[in-house]
Design a protein around this ligand. Structure first.
Ligand code: GDG
Length: 737
C-alpha cells in the first residue's frame, strides 16, 4: 500500500531527556496540526531532525528515542552540532532566511555553510530513500530542505514529490545574488508540485526559473526534459476550530478558573475601562519589524498625546535563533527601545509597553488574543503570518481590530483588516487612531467576513488541497506517459513502415532536427544529421521533405546540393530532388512596407530582438530577450498586428520565441497536403515542434503518424522530448538502431 512521507527540518514531536529516559510529546505548532489529516493512521511517516544533536544524546538512549518517535509515526535524521551550525544556523538562517525576506545586507555567502547544507540535505534525502517505495507520496517542507526533492528524484524517478515553501520567494533581482541560485532551483525542480503561500511568490519563482535556467514555462507549468512541474499557491490556514473553541471556553471561565495572566489583564482593564490594549506577538526576528513597531508606537504617542495613559502595547517576543548574531543585536535593540520609551513616557500609574521575552503556553496566548482590543502585526516581510489569523479566530463576539502589514502574505486574504505599510509611521499612527475609534458594528462586520473565510479555508483544507493537487499532477503525468512515443508504439510504427510501399515523411527543421541557437544562421546541420538525412532520402520507397519556415536562401545553401526535397517559408517554395526552388503558392509581399516599420519599432524597444526578412514573410525573433519582457512584448505586438492586418489576407503565427507575419493562404498544412495529393502513399509521417507544425498535424489524413517535439498542447498523436529522440526515430527508419 502506498504511504505518505512528510519531511521537515523539525519533527512534530518534542523530545525530553529526563531521569535517564526519553519522552516525546506532540508539538502544538500550526504545521503539525495542519498535517494531522495527512499524517494519520499507519500509512504515513514524518521524517525530521529531533532537535537534539549527537552530542546531546547518550548512545544508550538512541533505541529509546527511535521507539518514542515511532509511536508518533516519526523517524529522525541525526545531526552533529557542527552540521546544525553549518546547515541550520548557517546556510538556512544566515543566507536563505535573510535573502528570501529581502534583507540582502544580512545574507552571508559562505562556502562551508553551503557545503554543509548540501550534505545535510543529502542526509534527509537518504532517510527518505531508506523508507520510500515507488508509489509513495512525499511532501517536503520549507527552506531548510530545498535540495531534497532533486536528491530523491535522482534515485527514485517515479515517486511523487511535493514541496511547500513557508517563507516568501523573493524577486529575481534579489534571488540572482545567491551564488548557488541554479543549484537551489534545480533542487526544487525535483518536485512534481511546488507550493507557495501567495501568487506573488509563485510568480517570482517562475521568473527565476525562466531567467536563470532558461526553461519553458507555460502558465504555471514548467517543462524540464521529459518532466512537467506544476507551481501553485496554497495560502496556509489555521486550525480555526481549535482557536475559536478555546476562546469560547475562556470567556465562560469563572474567576477561579482564570489564569494569573488573565486576572492581571482584567484588573488593568477594570481600572481604566476606556483604555485600549494593543497586542503584538512574533518570534523575535528582524523580519517581524518589532523595533520599527516600537518607534511607530512612540510616534503615535507624540502625534496623539490624548491617548497617553489610555493605550498599552503588549509585546510578546518569542526567543528565536539566538545563536545568530543579528538576532542577538535585535534583542539588544528591542530591550533598549522598550526601556527608553517606557522611561520617557511612563507615569506613576501607567507603563506604555509591557514586554515579554519568552514563549507562553497556549492558554496564555488565548488570554492575550481574547483580551486585547487591537492586534498590531506589522512584519517588514512575512511569508504568511498565522498570528493575524489566530487573533481573528478568537474574537467570539466579532469585536476587535486587526492592523496588518501589507508585506505579510496573509494580507492578500485579509482585506477587511486595516492594512498598513510598516515603514509609514504617519499612516500607522492614523490607523491606530482609526482602530481605537472604530465603531463596534464596523469591527463586527469586518471580522464576520474574515472569520467566514478562515473557517472555510482552514489548515486541514490547505493540506488536503495540496495533496490533491499533487495526486492530480501524478495522474496528469500518467496521461502524458500514455501518449509518449514509447518503445512499444515505435515498434508498431516500424511494422507499418516496413510493410509500406510508398512512404512520405515531413520533417520540420528548427527545434526538431536541430536545436535552437541564439543566431538562426548558426543552427546549421551537423555531420550526423547530414548522414541520417542522406540515408533516408536515398531509401527506396521513401520520399522525405524538409518542411520549414526558413528562407529559401539558407536552405539552398545547406541542403540543395544534397538533393533533398524541401518546402520552405511555410509553404511558399518547393524544391524536389535538387532542382531550384519554385513557387508552390502564389503570394504577394507588398504588405511588408506597412508591417516592417511596426516590427522595427518593437526591435528598438525590446533589446535582444530582431527582424528576419524572408521573401514572403517577416519574422520578429525574441529568443535573446529577457523571457518575461519578450513574452509581454509579444502579446503587445500581437494586439497591434491584429488590428493592423484586419483587412489584409495575412496571419500571425506565434512560433517558439518568434512571431511571423505571412500570407494567410500559406501554411505547412496546406503545403504538405498538396504534396500528399500527388501520389498514393501508404505511410505518412510528420514531426515538428511548434505552432506552425500544428497545421500539418491537423490537415494531413488521420492515419498519419504525427509527432510533436515537446509536451505542449498539440493535435499530434504522440510526443517525444527533444532532438535526440527525433534522431533516434529517424535512425530506426533506416535501421540504424
Ligand atoms: C513561518 C513563516 C508562515 C507564537 N508565540 C507563541 C506561539 N506562537 C505561535 C503562533 C503561530 C506561530 O507560533 C507563529 O507563526 P507565524 O506564521 O506568525 O510565523 P513564523 O514562526 O515565522 O512561521 C510565516 C509560517 O511559517 C507558516 O507557513 O506564516 O510567514 O515565517 O501559530 O500562535 N505559540 C505559543 N506560545 C507562544 O509564545 N504556544
Amino acid at each position: 500500500m502506498s504511504k505518505t512521507i512528510i519531511i521537515s527540518n523539525r519533527l512534530p514531536v518534542q523530545l525530553q531527556i529526563s531521569n535517564g529516559g526519553i519522552t516525546a510529546t506532540p508539538s502544538v505548532g500550526g504545521l503539525a496540526t495542519g498535517m494531522k489529516s495527512v499524517h494519520s493512521g499507519g500509512d504515513s511517516l514524518w521524517i525530521g531532525w529531533s532537535g537534539l544533536t549527537d552530542e546531546d544524546i547518550p548512545e544508550e538512549l538512541i533505541p529509546d528515542i527511535d521507539k518514542a518517535l515511532a509511536k508518533h509515526g516519526s523517524s529522525k535524521v541525526q545531526l552533529t552540532k557542527k552540521e546544525v551550525d553549518g546547515f541550520y544556523y548557517g546556510f538556512s538562517n544566515r543566507t536563505i532566511w535573510p535573502l528570501f525576506h529581502y534583507f540582502l545586507e544580512y545574507s552571508e555567502f559562505e562556502l562551508f555553510s553551503w557545503e554543509t547544507y548540501q550534505s545535510v540535505n543529502q542526509k534527509f534525502a537518504d532517510a527518505i530513500l531508506e523508507h520510500a517505495e515507488d508509489d509513495d507520496v512525499i511532501w517536503v517542507h520549507d527552506y531548510q530542505l530545498m535540495l531534497v526533492p532533486q536528491m530523491v528524484r535522482e534515485k527514485r524517478p517515479n515517486v511523487s514529490i511535493g514541496f511547500f515553501l513557508h517563507i516568501p520567494f523573493p524577486s529575481f533581482e534579489i534571488f540572482r545574488t545567491l551564488p548557488w541560485r541554479s543549484e537551489i532551483l534545480l533542487g526544487l525542480l525535483g518536485a512534481d508540485l511546488i507550493g507557495f503561500h501567495t501568487y506573488d511568490y509563485e510568480r517570482h519563482f517562475l521568473s527565476s526559473v525562466r531567467r536563470l535556467l532558461g526553461l519553458e514555462v507555460s502558465f504555471n507549468d514548467i517543462f524540464m526534459g521529459d518532466r512537467e512541474i506544476k507551481v501553485d499557491s496554497f495560502p496556509m490556514g489555521i486550525d480555526y476550530k481549535k482557536f475559536h473553541e478555546a476562546a469560547i471556553e475562556h470567556t465562560q471561565r469563572n474567576e477561579k478558573e482564570k489564569s494569573e495572566l488573565q486576572k492581571r489583564l482584567d484588573t488593568h482593564k477594570a481600572s481604566t475601562p476606556d483604555a485600549k490594549f494593543f497586542l503584538s506577538i512574533d518570534r523575535l526576528d528582524y523580519t517581524k519589524g518589532i523595533a520599527k513597531r516600537l518607534n511607530a508606537f512612540e510616534y503615535f504617542l507624540n502625534k496623539y498625546p490624548e491617548y497617553k495613559e489610555k493605550v498599552r502595547l503588549i509585546i510578546l517576543a518569542v526567543p528565536s535563533r539566538s545563536n545568530v548574531p543579528q538576532y542577538q543585536l535585535l534583542k539588544k535593540e528591542v530591550d533598549e527601545l522598550v526601556g527608553r520609551i517606557n522611561g520617557e513616557h511612563s507615569t506613576v500609574s501607567w507603563t506604555p509597553i509591557w514586554y515579554f521575552y519568552r514563549s507562553m503556553p497556549f492558554d496564555n496566548l488565548i488570554d492575550l488574543y481574547t483580551t486585547c482590543d487591537i492586534a498590531w502585526l506589522t512584519p517588514i516581510r512575512d511569508g504568511m503570518n498565522l498570528v493575524a489569523k489566530e487573533y481573528v479566530a478568537t474574537r467570539t463576539d466579532q469585536t476587535g481590530v486587526l492592523i496588518l502589514s501589507e508585506m505579510a502574505g496573509s494580507a492578500n486574504e485579509m482585506n477587511e483588516s486595516l492594512l498598513i505599510n510598516p515603514n509609514n509611521f504617519e499612516q500607522i499612527a492614523d490607523t491606530l487612531y482609526k482602530a481605537i475609534n472604530m465603531p463596534k458594528k464596523e469591527q463586527q462586520n469586518r471580522n464576520k467576513l474574515l472569520q467566514q473565510r478562515l473557517e472555510r479555508y482552514n489548515v486541514e483544507k490547505w493540506a488536503n488541497d495540496f495533496m490533491n493537487s499533487l495526486l492530480n499532477q501524478k495522474q496528469r503525468d500518467l496521461t502524458y506517459v500514455s501518449r509518449k512515443l514509447s518503445v512499444d508504439i515505435m515498434n508498431t510504427i516500424m511494422k507499418d513502415y516496413n510493410r509500406a510501399k510508398k512512404r512520405l515523411l515531413f520533417l520540420d527543421y528548427d527545434g526538431t532536427l536541430a536545436g535552437f541557437h541564439n543566431d538562426p544562421q548558426q543552427a546549421g546541420p551537423d555531420e550526423q544529421l547530414y548522414a541520417l538525412l542522406d540515408e533516408i532520402s536515398a531509401q527506396e520507397g521513401t520520399e522525405m521533405y524538409l518542411i520549414s519556415g526558413r528562407d529559401k536562401e539558407t536552405f539552398t545553401k545547406w541542403f540543395l546540393p544534397k538533393g533533398y526535397n524541401m518546402i520552405v517559408e511555410h509553404g511558399v517554395w518547393i524544391s524536389q530532388g535538387g532542382e531550384e526552388f519554385r513557387m508552390l503558392e502564389n503570394v504577394k509581399n507588398d504588405w511588408m512596407e506597412k508591417i516592417r516599420p511596426v516590427l522595427e519599432s518593437f526591435v528598438d524597444r525590446t533589446p535582444g530582438s530582431f527582424v528576419e526578412e524572408k521573401n514572403y514573410s517577416l519574422a520578429w525573433h525574441y529568443r535573446q530577450t529577457d523571457p518575461d519582457f519578450g513574452q509581454k512584448r509579444s502579446v503587445e505586438l500581437n494586439t497591434v498586428l491584429t488590428s493592423l492586418i484586419a483587412n489584409d489576407d495575412l496571419s500571425v503565427l506565434n512560433g517558439n520565441k518568434v512571431m511571423e507575419i505571412k500570407s494567410s493562404n500559406v501554411n505547412k498544412g496546406r503545403a504538405s497536403m498538396r504534396v500528399f495529393a500527388d501520389a498514393d502513399y501508404d505511410f505518412v509521417f510528420a514531426i515538428g515542434d511548434d505552432w506552425t507544425d500544428e497545421f500539418m498535424f491537423q490537415e494531413l489524413p488521420e492515419s498519419t503518424v504525427t509527432v510533436k517535439v515537446g509536451r505542449q498542447k498539440t493535435h499530434a498523436r504522440y510526443f517525444v522530448d527533444g532532438t535526440k529522440s527525433v534522431r533516434d526515430i529517424l535512425a530506426r527508419f533506416v535501421d540504424k538502431i
